[in-house]
Write a protein that binds this ligand. Sequence first.
Ligand SMILES: Cc1cc2nc3c(=O)[nH]c(=O)nc-3n(C[C@H](O)[C@H](O)[C@H](O)COP(=O)(O)OP(=O)(O)OC[C@H]3O[C@@H](n4cnc5c(N)ncnc54)[C@H](O)[C@@H]3O)c2cc1C
Length: 377
Amino acid sequence: MAETADFIVIGAGIAGASAAYELASDSRVIVLERESQPGYHTTGRSAALFTETYGNRAIRAITGASRAFFETPPRGFSEHPLLTPRGTLLIGRADQEASLALALAEGQRTLDAVSMIGGDELAAKVPFLKPGYAKAAVWEPDARDMDVHAIHQGFLKGLRARGGKVVTDAEVMGLAVDGDWWVETRAGIFKAPVVINAAGAWADVVAHMAGAKAVGLVPKRRTAFTFDVPAGVAVEKVPAVIDVDETWYIKPEAGRLLGSPADETPSEPCDAQPEELDLAIAVDRIEQALAFGVGRLHSKWAGLRSFVADKSMVAGFAKKTPGFFWLAGQGGYGIQTSPGMARIAADLARGRSLPQDIADRGLDAADLSPNRLSLEV
Ligand SMILES: Cc1cc2nc3c(=O)[nH]c(=O)nc-3n(C[C@H](O)[C@H](O)[C@H](O)COP(=O)(O)OP(=O)(O)OC[C@H]3O[C@@H](n4cnc5c(N)ncnc54)[C@H](O)[C@@H]3O)c2cc1C
């Protein structure tokens, strides 16, 4: 006997959990997750930064539309603040002046508070930069750290409180349609008129099982690690420092620094692991910028950031596969956009138009539709 729902969501990462939470306000929702822990893949491996100047126009609009939820979540969503002050500096050397000018123009198009700083002001914010390294930096004061665990758990807990269900150890093995979708998993068979594909790096694999055309998703490996800093160096109040051409970044993480070479190596969908070469590249780039050497690596990991060609997200029904809904391509912004994307996905999956406040930010459903991608015709 199949268990039935109005919506079946495949994948309990941030995309699936948040969309399921929104849908559960008026519908029966079942989330199917392959792993025993919902945050095991990309969602549990992020750098936890909220920045409204990151990504293309569509990403910035959805990030901006997500801020209010993080700042004032529904009562009972989390016992902890979801955002805490951080700020970001997009930093550049003298030979990166053109990139700095572009980043400033782009940043100011999005946020009034963005400015260019240099000299003593920059040194005061990051006292341990190597003297003479940086020409200037684009300062975004309102960027925040996110409590990713609290956000993800808040969506899952809220989903359950609304009567929704998460089934773990439930890898989807096959999908068949006869008016309703029949979803075969390791934990049994489930049935619903609409299936939401929030399978992260595996979204094209799931589409293939359903007989839907791929959207050309490319999972890209990104490496991160935390490292010790010399005794007496205070890092906690330092902003995130990101190379303006995104070739490395650092940010405080529990008394240490988190570092990354900002790599984007195409990969098959998998349980991504860090490569020694990427770690070495990161250490080299970071040491060129800092007044001290990178200390002992405390922890290291990698995760897959999945993109389609235009780097916007994918949300909408597949044109030729009725009832098959895409929620994929979260790239490097899936946490910071999750409240906005969840509302977008829930409205589109119910057959409605985009939420008005998001449309007012200049976004059109066509910007996110799987049908904009040439592979989905
Ligand atoms: C190093 C790094 C730094 C990052 N920094 C940031 C940041 O600062 N800010 C930000 O907003 N974002 C950041 N990101 C990006 C963010 O983490 C992702 O966009 C987001 O986590 C993607 O969520 P997801 O739910 O799409 O994917 P996932 O979390 O991977 O979830 C997909 C789920 O689908 C499940 N699944 C797959 N196939 C099946 C199947 N057949 N059956 C059942 N379940 C299945 C998987 O097990 C998985 O749990 C970063 C990512 C990395 C790697």
